[in-house]
Design a binder for this molecule. Structure first.
Ligand SMILES: Cc1cc2nc3c(=O)[nH]c(=O)nc-3n(C[C@H](O)[C@H](O)[C@H](O)COP(=O)(O)OP(=O)(O)OC[C@H]3O[C@@H](n4cnc5c(N)ncnc54)[C@H](O)[C@@H]3O)c2cc1C
Length: 462
């Protein structure tokens, strides 16, 4: 088990922020013209049997489907996903790209016939419309599914590339398993690869690209920094210089004019730099456009309450597409990490069945392995108004700790190159253990975290 996998297992790791670049324009969906006439319902109708429709076939829907089936052996569960794949985990893509696993290793459930065995109907289709009055969803091919309860877990999709020419052959995203296959089909040791973007996804696939022996150029975010939506400048700068030390060439967006056939990047001096592959990872959008006219309230994602219910009766939302409670701020955020998606799926399912489960809020939690340098950020990693901050920096050795306090609580933290107490950081933030005198000691020496945790937790236990 690799270091990151171990940390992941410990934390249920990931990114709770969207990608680094916030795209300026909303992308236009390219969909083929679809028949307008609705076909008869494809959902079997059985009197008294509840019908659940789940849109999406990612971690949120899979967990919801299994939770429903466990509690109700008779209900009808239809899970509609647009990718023709066995349900899989996007967070496993970097491991697939690096060769640690096969494409089937990304599958969320590895047993052959798992979903059929549970009588979960997995339909491959794109949902294009929800009629919340009639309680139906309609797919692109005109099939109509009626529901008693509906859960939307359509996740996100990559943002449009900020440069003209992104439809050029040899330009791909790194979002789906199919993208992963295309990347692996194209690259070989020595291939020239440009990675446009320096956010979460970009920073974790750098490792895989280097393992594959490619000659890698990475475009920084608009700020000229790496992972600026989940790390402060000190951490971002360390990660960037670490990558450069590993042989990665870094460039800034203002030096790129367009993407040209080749594929090539046209630079600001009109020169062309050719690549074998250009990977675009410049941000994501929530998949919410198809909700237009449904009455479901949306913002960056679908607004949900603590029970994952949307503004419309009998409709719930979960995972990356849901904008739910944020543990640190108490506000509503899109928590784009797999552990949150799984929790959401389970809680939404319980509530769809008439339960009253509440989601306490997701802690912002990012764990990155960028070419072997592990960095983490938790909670209010940038600090809070009126709060205090303690830091310990060793730039030469790529080591950094930042602790953010509000009164005598730890409310956020960042580490680079240190994995020794990240579980403790999360514990202190999430359990809101008062630090008392330990706050002063930690301000002087942030490495005393474990001592503080043990002392204060024991105090509370007594
Ligand atoms: C490269 C990469 C690495 C990642 N690494 C991590 C990590 O290390 N840790 C972590 O916690 N998270 C990571 N993530 C994020 C994580 O994958 C997501 O948080 C998680 O997949 C969210 O699950 P979900 O079920 O909400 O959405 P998704 O997994 O995105 O699933 C959405 C589903 O909806 C379907 N769909 C979309 N639109 C429609 C429609 N109109 N009709 C029908 N179906 C539709 C899609 O086909 C898909 O089946 C990573 C993501 C990527 C891309």
């Amino acid at each position: 088990m690799g270091l990151l996998c171990k940390i992941a297992a410990m934390l249920g790791f990931g990114s709770s922020k969207k990608e680094e670049e916030t795209p300026v324009e909303k992308p236009v969906e390219k969909t083929a013209a679809q028949p307008q006439v609705a076909k008869p319902t494809a959902t079997p109708v059985v009197d008294g049997v509840k019908k659940y429709v789940l849109i999406g076939a990612g971690p949120a829907s899979v967990r919801a489907a299994e939770t429903l089936r466990k509690a109700d052996p008779a209900c009808v569960i239809t899970m509609i996903g647009l990718e023709k794949e066995s349900p899989y985990s996007r967070m496993a893509l970097p491991y697939y790209l690096s060769g640690m696993i096969e494409d089937t290793g990304t599958h969320l459930r590895k047993t052959e016939g798992h979903f059929e065995g549970l009588n979960i109907d997995h339909v491959f289709a794109k949902v294009e419309k929800i009629d919340s009055e009639k309680q139906t969803v309609t797919t692109g091919s005109g099939d109509v599914y009626d529901y008693d309860k509906l859960m939307i877990a359509t996740g996100s999709r990559p943002a449009n590339c900020p440069f003209p020419g992104s439809d050029t052959t040899g330009v791909v995203n790194c979002w789906t398993l199919e993208d992963g296959r295309e990347i692996l089909d194209t690259i070989k040791p020595g291939s020239k690869v440009a990675l446009l973007g320096a956010g979460f996804v970009a920073s974790i696939i750098i490792e895989a690209m280097l393992k594959r022996g490619v000659d890698l150029t990475v475009m920084m975010g608009r700020t000229g920094k790496m992972v600026s939506r989940m790390m402060d400048d000190t951490a971002g700068e360390m990660i960037k210089s670490w990558c450069e030390a590993k042989g990665v060439t870094t460039i800034i967006p203002s030096t790129i004019k367009s993407i040209e056939p080749g594929p090539a990047l046209k630079r600001d001096d009109d020169s062309l730099t050719e690549f074998d592959l250009i990977i675009v990872a410049t941000g994501v959008y929530s998949n919410i456009e198809f909700l237009e006219g449904s009455g479901i309230e949306t913002d960056q994602g679908i607004i949900v309450d603590e029970g994952l219910k949307t503004s419309v009766d009998n409709i719930y939302a979960a995972g990356d597409v849901a904008q739910g409670i944020d543990f640190s701020t108490g506000g509503l955020s899109v928590h784009a990490i797999q552990p949150t998606a799984v929790d959401h799926g389970r809680i939404a399912a319980v509530n769809m069945m008439g339960g009253s489960a509440a989601y306490k809020g997701s802690l912002c939690m990012n764990v990155l392995d960028t070419a072997g340098l592990v960095s983490t950020s938790f909670g209010s990693w940038g600090g809070v108004e009126g709060g205090e901050t303690a830091t310990l920096v060793d730039v030469d050795n790529y080591k950094y700790i930042r602790l953010n306090f509000k009164d005598d609580l730890l409310v956020g933290a960042i580490t680079v190159g240190r994995t020794d107490f990240i579980g403790v950081m999360r514990g202190l933030i999430q359990s809101e253990v008062p630090l008392g005198d330990w706050k002063e000691k930690l301000t002087e020496d942030p490495t005393l975290l474990m001592n503080a945790y043990l002392a204060q937790s024991l105090d509370i236990a007594r």
